[in-house]
Design a protein around this ligand. Structure first.
Ligand SMILES: *Cc1c(COP(=O)(O)O)cnc(C)c1O
Length: 433
């Protein structure tokens, strides 16, 4: 399968090159040349298949031409050794819990898959050592660091703002050691992101070492997110005999929901999608007006969705041939303030005895507000509520139990490289590695 760029200046790129580069040379995002339909008998039998079996079938459609069958199966089974169960919350609303992986957030799926695919290219195809740079305000850093931990031939540098990530998040990427280096920047998240972006554009640095990104612009992290949409539909069919759900996705950079849109293109019978936003409602404004106006993000209690210029918007436009009308036919949107998110979290806990995290709360509420008569909805619960402990405990007025997986991280010793907010210093540090 070959890949082209959403900016249309680059095409005919191999999977290996698209994964190693992350972003195309024309600064666009890679898209696969074709989106394959899955056969009718797959859909007929989906409800009898496990998560791993379903993921193998979908992975074969994406990557089967470029990765040998046995190796691809191993990558899928090794990366996805946890479940993504569907849980009924109300009569017509189900939660797809994507937080049963190592760092208790959905980003584990893409990060673990990408690390193993890159590892495969390094082993099998003579790819040189790859250096992953990732800027994080918390969640991405932990998923990427843990996903790539111990993978030979890859070194990960996690840049994070000093004193600006929660202690639970910080220990998830500073205590690992091995091929993971945490770089503590004397600045804010935007400074970290600027250092990473400047590094990708620095010719001297790029001739010295192979740099890549591991955020959702990378096809190897982005596409595997389609797997659990298929498994969600399979579980709903098994549990309730329903085959055409509305799926609602708490969205920031829109990588997650775009992977679902790919699933629909492959024949998955999703009736329509809902994008749930916090106050950073750039996409909702686009749906309402047809005009895309990025703006600086504002801080909210659903902070993994604090994005003012969603990077995967370019993929949505490309997928729908730039048609605002076609996009609106498949996706609607809702946005919520912190106060509304807190009210939802509290009332869902009281009424349904189901504890949401602030991101999942946006998804649940958008389904409540958006479901029409006769429809059944699934929202993606993107993180475990204990990852946002202070916020969630403050809202429900009760202690939240911290899962053992999360507690284990907190026992480790913090190691990080302190760094001023200065590209020259950061560049010299990388050149010395
Ligand atoms: C990253 C993240 C999101 C947003 O996902 P996108 O793919 O960027 O839209 C939502 N919720 C949580 C908990 C996240 O970590």
């Amino acid at each position: 399968m070959l890949y082209y760029s959403t900016n249309k200046q680059v095409s005919g790129v191999s999977l290996q090159e698209a994964v190693v580069k992350g972003l195309a040379d024309d600064r666009g995002l890679f898209m696969p040349d074709r989106i394959k339909q899955l056969p009718a008998d797959f859909y007929a039998n989906m409800d009898k298949m496990s998560f791993q079996e379903i993921a193998c079938a979908v992975a074969d459609a994406f990557f089967g031409e470029d990765v040998e069958a046995g190796a691809l199966k191993n990558i899928v089974c090794d990366a996805l050794d946890f479940d993504t169960p569907l849980v009924q919350v109300t009569d017509r609303i189900y939660s797809l819990e994507l937080y049963h992986g190592p760092t208790l957030a959905f980003k584990d799926v893409g990060a673990r898959f990408m690390s193993r695919l890159l590892g495969y290219f390094i082993r099998k195809q003579g790819q040189h050592r790859v250096n992953v740079l990732v800027a994080t305000s918390g969640d991405t850093g932990s998923a990427v660091a843990n996903g790539f931990l111990g993978v030979e031939g890859i070194h990960v540098y996690v840049l994070y703002p000093k004193g600006k990530v929660s202690p639970i998040q910080e220990c998830q990427f500073t205590t690992l050691g091995q091929n993971i280096t945490a770089v503590e920047i004397d600045g804010v998240f935007d400074d970290c992101q600027r250092l990473v972006k400047t590094a990708f554009m620095d010719a001297e640095l790029n001739s010295h070492m192979q740099l890549t990104s591991a955020n959702s612009i990378n096809v190897a992290r982005f596409l595997p997110q389609a797997f659990y949409y298929f498994y969600a539909c399979a579980q709903l069919k098994r549990m309730a005999g329903i085959t055409d759900p509305v799926i609602c996705v708490p969205s920031g950079n829109f990588g997650n929901i775009t992977a679902g849109l790919f699933g629909k293109r492959m024949g998955l019978p999703v009736k329509r999608f809902i994008a749930a936003n916090n106050r950073n409602d750039i996409f909702l404004q686009y749906l309402n007006t047809g005009i895309y106006t990025p703006r600086p993000s504002v801080a909210t209690i659903a902070n993994a969705m604090d994005v003012g210029d969603p990077s995967n918007f370019a993929r949505i436009l490309d997928l729908y041939g730039n048609s605002h009308q076609a996009i609106c036919a498949d996706i609607s949107g809702f946005a919520y303030t912190d106060g509304q998110i807190a009210d939802t979290l509290r009332s869902c806990y009281r009424e349904n005895h189901y504890l949401l995290d602030p991101h999942g709360a946006c998804g649940y509420q958008a389904l409540k507000d958006g479901l029409r008569d006769g429809e059944t909805g699934i929202f993606l619960e993107t993180a475990h509520p204990a990852k946002f402990l202070d916020t969630v405990e403050g809202i429900i007025g009760e202690k939240v139990q911290i899962p053992a997986k999360l507690q284990a991280f907190m026992q480790g010793t913090k190691q990080s490289v302190p760094m001023p907010n200065d590209f020259g210093t950061f560049k010299q540090f990388l050149l010395n590695q």
